[in-house]
Design a binder for this molecule. Structure first.
Ligand code: HEC
Length: 99
């Protein structure tokens, strides 16, 4: 837990003024799919999707979806429509492998 907090603080400090595009901005591009949104807004902090999703692997799909929806409402929040598409993509590793 402390480790997580320290990691967050370090990331916030290292971003400084040259912050990358806000997830909401990056993921609002009209032709962007979930994978593109993740690549632009999430992948510079989360390089390994399988590892990112590991804590959700044992949850029932509906539970994982609800957890992620709640979490991503506060965490670099993409707009609602993209959030739903992003969650679909995150929960379907076979889609990630095929693209
Ligand atoms: C600036 C770096 C950064 C960006 C950008 C970022 N994250 Fe995160 N993410 C973190 C950190 C640090 C944590 C762990 C601490 C926390 O819970 O906030 C985390 C935690 C998470 C978790 C929870 C994992 C768990 O263990 O339960 C998920 C899911 C997640 N991020 C998804 C995303 C998605 C999707 C995006 C893009 C919309 C995104 N993140 C963008 C840094 C980032």
């Amino acid at each position: 837990m402390l480790k997580h907090l320290m990691l967050s603080a370090a990331l916030v400090m290292s971003l400084g003024t040259a912050r990358p595009l806000d997830a909401a901005e990056a993921c609002a591009a009209p032709d962007l799919d979930a994978e593109g949104c993740f690549d632009r807004s999430c992948s510079f902090c989360h390089r390994d999707v399988t590892r990112l999703m590991a804590p959700y692997a044992d949850l029932a799909p509906e539970e994982a979806r609800a957890e992620l929806d709640r979490f991503l409402t506060r965490h670099h929040p993409p707009e609602a429509e993209m959030r739903a598409a992003l969650i679909d993509w995150l929960l379907m590793p076979e889609d990630q492998a095929s693209e």
